[in-house]
Design a protein around this ligand. Structure first.
Ligand SMILES: C[S@@+](CC[C@H](N)C(=O)[O-])C[C@H]1O[C@@H](n2cnc3c(N)ncnc32)[C@H](O)[C@@H]1O
Length: 358
């Protein structure tokens, strides 16, 4: 059954064992909660032309929103950031499986983005929150809830937004969401955004049959959208969108240079993977990576200010005359038609994944 507010989403009749599905390991789909997928509708209504846009997913692990963004901004650049190191590793795994070549994963505190003034066309902040929206399915969330934690989360959310505000361009879109029902993290936070910054709330269109509840912030300055599990098929969720009214300073970004391939290496790699001129190869240590050429300059800028965990697709390494391919290449969405393929049944695919002999 389709998720009504996201064309790519489907409800499953029952939860299968994903770990026993080779397609799951290949990144053919990503398992995520239906309410969160409303992000797709928000994007459609606020960024009708995704081509060439740069978007930051600031609180990205484990990667649900980032996979959705990568599929929406196929001709754009997605910077997928997670501050917690262990969670950033899971994010890298999920983005690798998804296979998009236009995602850069970073592992930074939101304050690191302050130097990138006027840089992003859109920022998604799926904020760390007190989690009351998950009470129905997660008994731990009930035990951990306290009013002190709600206040702590609200202050943290303010700090996070303040940290990245400068990096949003004029007319840039800020999408803010939580999985909390607390007004301190939702409606009151929206008022705080309008009071504190040059931001205009963007009302969204919803269909009556979706049963999403539109709310006004306490001071009536902004619209927000609440998802209640007793009204729709999805968990508790809150989302709102804003547009930045005026630009900050225009600055010249510094760049970190990438290691280019030698002519010989370039030729060997091109023979192995004949991609069009729209792609550029570069080296990181022994590994050869590839990214759309149009984002290479941005990668150089981002590498100057941020800790890059992953950029583009890892092709493999050159060993003498051979190219030793990396598994990431097989998981990628790059055109790989010229490689020989063999068909496996489900059992063989699982055996392969368990590193057993076929
Ligand atoms: C709601 S989760 C994000 C879920 C993710 N967007 C998805 O769709 O899969 C919030 C994330 O914020 C991260 N986080 C925690 N403290 C943070 C902080 N101070 N600044 C930025 N992110 C933080 C958490 O580690 C967590 O990964």
């Amino acid at each position: 059954m389709p998720v009504p507010w996201c064309i790519q989403g489907s409800y499953l009749a029952k939860r299968p064992s994903f770990t026993l599905d080779p397609a799951f390991h290949a990144g053919a789909y990503y398992v995520q909660e239906a309410s969160s997928m409303f992000l797709y509708t928000v994007l459609q209504q606020t960024i009708a032309e995704p081509k060439g846009k740069k978007v930051l997913d600031l609180c990205a692990a484990p990667g649900g929103k980032s996979t959705l963004l990568a599929s929406y901004f196929t001709d754009g650049l997605v910077v997928s950031n997670e501050v917690i190191k262990s969670r950033a590793a899971v994010l890298v795994e999920n983005i690798t499986k998804w296979g998009s070549d236009n995602v850069i994963v970073t592992n930074n505190d939101p304050s690191s983005f302050q130097s990138l003034e006027n840089y992003f066309d859109a920022i998604v902040i799926d904020a760390p929150c007190s989690g009351s929206g998950l009470f129905r399915r997660d008994s731990e969330a009930v035990k951990e809830w306290s009013i002190d934690n709600v206040n702590l989360c609200s202050h943290r959310q303010q700090r996070i937004i303040a940290d990245v505000y400068a990096s949003l361009k004029e007319d840039g879109i800020l999408i803010y969401s939580t999985c909390s029902y607390s007004k301190e993290e939702d409606e009151q936070l929206l008022d705080w955004i309008v009071d504190e910054f040059d931001m205009q709330s963007l009302p969204l269109q919803t269909k009556d049959e979706w049963h999403i509840v539109e709310v006004q912030s306490d001071k009536q300055k902004a619209s927000g959208y609440r998802f209640y599990p007793y009204l729709l098929k999805g968990e508790g969720f809150f989302i709102a969108a804003f547009k930045k009214k005026h630009a900050g300073n225009t600055i010249r970004y510094k760049e970190h240079s990438l290691t280019k391939l030698s002519k010989q290496e370039e030729q060997a790699v091109h023979n192995y993977l004949p991609l069009s001129a729209a792609y550029q190869f570069f080296k990181q240590g022994e590994s050869i990576k590839v990214m759309p050429e149009q984002w290479i300059k941005d990668l150089q800028v981002l590498a100057k200010y941020l800790y890059i965990k992953k950029a583009g697709i890892e092709l493999g390494a050159i060993k003498g005359k051979d190219i030793i391919p990396h598994h990431e290449l097989a998981l990628s969405l790059l055109p790989l038609h010229h490689f020989p393929t063999i068909s496996l049944n489900e059992m063989q695919a699982l055996q392969y994944l368990r590193k057993m002999k076929l």
